[in-house]
Design a protein around this ligand. Structure first.
Ligand SMILES: NC(=O)c1ccc[n+]([C@@H]2O[C@H](COP(=O)([O-])OP(=O)(O)OC[C@H]3O[C@@H](n4cnc5c(N)ncnc54)[C@H](O)[C@@H]3O)[C@@H](O)[C@H]2O)c1
Length: 307
């Protein structure tokens, strides 16, 4: 169904976002990648980021526009899509923002299937299990026990207006995963939904992960709570830049014939020692072999306090 030997042309949506900005230059350098179609809404930002990259076609497209003709024409010759685009990538997403993003995913996925693409990679989120970040669920976590068969959205989230429980973002990701599973076909489009941990924009050093999980908290004039257990929750989901790029490469290239079904859902975190997240499934299905471990760079304060 999918070959590691073929030269693939890859569309990346949300290409100028935090994760797209890392993946597009990586694809430019990958010898198996024949070309990249970088899709986002702002032509100037697309040009600033990617004008120097010879393999990259820049396409300014609003994926929420009712006419999908521009997307269909951009899909000519494309073999695989990595779908990052989302209206609001944070748990303070409203239900209408989540529905908008779900619509983009559904329409693009069905178009990909109709156009005979081989692979659709959907970026789901750790927030599908956001409720495990709090008690009482947090107490029940065992190493490797957080599998993608579990569903528990409901991250507690600090906003300018105070704490909220973010159901819409996590639920939107779970439904996106389910849609990918339903759309996948043997001898047709195969899908990989990846529950990404926390891969910060830019350098992404473990020392800048905090107990809020919110990259915008400082801009809101708020400081994260001094809570070692919450800090540990967020550190354990760290995904280093190197592991992120390897994860996306494996999600694009892995042979779907060996999977239990043509669509799969996997977790995407680094090899963080003792974490609850199951990455064994990603290792078995797509050959994901992360190399980094958050606890090599930061002190586990919770374990320290506990002796
Ligand atoms: N960064 C992380 O740690 C992390 C963790 C879990 C899941 N994810 C998921 O990974 C994906 C990428 O995350 P990110 O941090 O790069 O997000 P981001 O917000 O930085 O990037 C999203 C991009 O989507 C684009 N976009 C929004 N609406 C669009 C539209 N209508 N048409 C075309 N483009 C549109 C935006 O312009 C933006 O460049 C998201 O789906 C996010 O939910 C990220």
């Amino acid at each position: 169904m999918h070959t590691q030997n073929t030269q693939l042309k890859v569309m990346v949506t949300g290409a100028t976002g935090g994760l797209g900005s890392k993946l597009v230059p990586f694809l430019q350098a990958a010898d198996w990648c024949a070309g990249v179609v970088a899709v986002d809404r702002d032509s100037q930002v697309l040009a600033e980021r990617f004008a120097m990259l010879s393999k990259v076609e820049r396409r300014t497209i609003d994926l929420s526009a009712p006419d999908m003709g521009f997307v269909a024409s951009a899909l000519q010759g494309v073999d695989a899509i990595v779908h990052f685009a989302i209206l609001n990538p944070l748990p303070d997403s409203s239900w209408s923002e989540a529905a908008y993003s779900f619509d983009m995913t559904a329409r693009l996925l069905l178009l990909a299937r109709d156009h005979g693409l081989q692979r659709f990679v959907f970026t789901s989120s750790n927030h599908a299990l956001g409720n495990y970040g709090q008690e009482p669920l947090r107490h029940a976590i065992v190493p490797g026990g957080l599998t993608t068969e579990l569903f528990a959205p409901g991250s507690k989230w600090d906003t300018a207006a105070g704490e909220i429980t973010g159901y819409a973002y996590g639920a939107g990701k779970i439904f996106g995963e389910r849609l990918c599973l339903a759309a996948a076909k043997r001898d047709g489009l195969s899908t990989v939904a990846v529950r990404i941990g926390w891969c910060q924009a830019g350098e992404n050093h473990p020392s800048t992960l905090d107990a809020s999980g919110n990259p915008n908290l400082a801009a809101l004039g708020r400081t994260p709570r001094d809570d070692p257990a919450e800090l540990r929750w967020f550190r354990n989901m760290w995904l280093s830049n190197r592991d992120f790029l390897h994860l996306m490469e494996r999600a694009l290239l892995a042979d779907a014939d060996a999977w239990p079904s043509p669509g799969i859902v996997v977790n995407g975190m680094s090899a963080n020692r003792g974490m609850g997240w199951d990455i064994d499934t990603a290792r078995r299905t797509i050959g994901y072999l992360p190399q980094d471990n958050v606890w090599d760079s930061v002190l586990d304060e919770e374990a320290f306090i506990g002796g």
